[in-house]
Design a protein around this ligand. Structure first.
Ligand code: BES
Ligand code: ZN
Length: 458
């Protein structure tokens, strides 16, 4: 093991350069014009994996390619444990560009942080696992288990192609446990095992009024403004206590247990510092729950984008023809995306005035994930975190979503260990995303140690 850890320590500078190379690809899955960039990024990954001694291939899909890379399988011998390491090479859109201190796809080092879109979510995190495998392979240290890396290019848009891919390759991908570093840790001093994620249901609401934009002086006042109609409709979704007023919305929610609430309350939290960090004059959330509960274990209804009328310089006096909102609701264990969408649809239809028309387009959806942090594999992961970070790890529920984790369970029968390396101030999905290079190094060590811990006889 020393050889592996020494290798990781002595090649740190090159690993950072490789991460820079990885971040330069503009692999934005939400924007069709970037398809060639996603393809190029996947091709680079395959080449990189091959250079490490992995058996790697590019798997085309209807969407973006999936990269599969396997450690060499020793011939004969007893059955070894098999772990699937999942990650994604696609990134969120970088806009607004003007808020980036340095361009999003020009990775830049400032202090011990590497800035660039995707540095933290998820390129740096999945590269940490590849570097640990490299250290085993290049030092000739035998791995105690078999590893298969699956790195996809559609996570940020709902992992549309990966489910079918898992089905088709079920035999090859069947594994004991899935390992993912695509979540967070509360601070550099708090390595974390995440045992729950929220689910998601995405949709778009389009309210249409007149057949074209109208002169607001000539016609305004005699026709419903679709932007007003949409604003009124959306305003009905929450009550004054921050609760969602859609009938039945909370019906299937499995409440947090007293034990979980107690555990959550132990996490470091400073209300004033949190408020300042987010840049808000005051916090807001569902009454009766702490901010950590609100953002990790309660469902939400969020407007992600709201568009109507003229947005350019100066003014333009119109009654817009339409107004549109992009929405995602975050779901918690118990809730089904399809059922929630049905409830939302019925609510919006009921409250939409007859003076405009309403269209609801549904998007991707995924259930929440919840797994026991008490399993033997979870305990092994906690040991690896403890020795790599030299700190006592914490157990977390987190509010983000990784759509494919439930399918790993359903299709491959495997639970997932979520071992996140992202810090709260990494600016995931925001301008000036960064990844902490000390955590990059600790993540590599954690991965190297994890394979030992997971493979040791109980
Ligand atoms: N890395 C995140 C998920 C995440 C972040 C989980 C922080 C827990 C804590 C992932 O890349 C992501 O952003 N997922 C999307 C999924 C969606 C687009 C279907 C999300 O949560 O918005
Ligand atoms: Zn993300």
């Amino acid at each position: 093991m020393d050889a592996v850890l020494n290798y990781l320590a002595s090649h740190e500078a090159r690993f950072v350069e490789e991460l820079c190379h990885y971040v330069r690809f503009r692999s934005v899955s939400a924007q069709p014009e970037h398809r060639p960039d996603l393809q190029a990024c996947a091709e680079w990954l395959v080449k990189h994996c091959l250079s490490l001694g992995l058996d790697a291939r590019l798997c085309p899909t209807d969407g973006n390619p999936i990269v599969v890379a396997k450690t060499p399988r020793p011939k004969g011998g007893p059955r070894r444990r098999h772990f699937l390491v999942y990650g994604h090479y696609d990134v969120q859109p970088p806009e607004p560009f003007e808020l980036w201190k340095t361009p999003p796809f020009q990775p830049t080092l400032r202090g011990r942080s590497l800035f660039g879109r995707g540095a933290s979510d998820n390129k740096g995190q999945n590269l940490a696992h590849l570097k640990a495998a490299e250290a085993y392979l290049k030092t000739g240290t035998p791995l105690p288990c078999d590893l298969t890396f699956v790195i996809e290019g559609e996570e940020e848009v709902g992992s549309k192609s990966l489910g079918a891919f898992l089905q088709q390759n079920r035999a090859e991908l069947r594994c004991d446990t899935v390992v993912i570093s695509d979540t967070g840790m509360p601070s550099p001093k708090h390595p974390a095992l995440t045992y729950a994620l929220r689910g998601i249901a995405a949709f778009e609401i389009i309210v249409r009024g007149p057949s074209r934009d109208l002169h607001s002086g000539i016609f305004g006042g005699s026709v419903q403004n679709p932007a007003t109609a949409l604003a009124q409709l959306l305003a009905k979704v929450h009550d004054a206590n921050g609760r969602i007023a859609i009938p039945g919305f909370y019906q299937d929610v499995i409440p947090l247990s007293a034990y979980e609430r107690k555990e959550l309350a132990r996490l470091p939290f400073n209300r004033a510092a949190y408020r300042k960090f987010l840049g808000v004059p005051e916090l807001f959330g569902e009454r009766g729950f702490t901010p950590d509960e609100q953002r990790a274990a309660r469902p939400t209804f969020e407007i992600n984008g709201l568009t109507s009328g003229y947005q350019g310089e100066g003014s333009k006096t119109i009654v817009p023809a339409w107004a549109r909102a992009k929405i995602t609701t975050r779901l918690v264990p118990g809730q089904q995306p399809a059922k929630v969408i049905k409830l939302v649809r019925a609510f919006l239809k009921k409250h939409c005035p007859p003076t405009v028309t309403l269209e609801i387009k549904t998007g991707h959806g995924a259930e929440a994930y919840l797994v026991s942090p008490k399993s033997a594999d979870a305990q092994a992961a906690l040991r690896a975190l403890r020795s790599a970070f030299g700190r006592e790890p914490v157990l977390l529920r987190e509010g983000g979503s990784i759509p494919i984790v439930n399918q790993f369970k359903k299709i491959l029968g495997a639970d997932t260990l979520l071992l996140g390396l992202a810090l709260p101030d990494d600016n995931a999905h925001s301008p000036n995303e960064k990844f902490d290079l000390d955590i990059f190094a600790q993540g590599q060590r954690m991965s190297a140690l994890l394979w030992q811990e997971l493979s040791a006889p109980a």
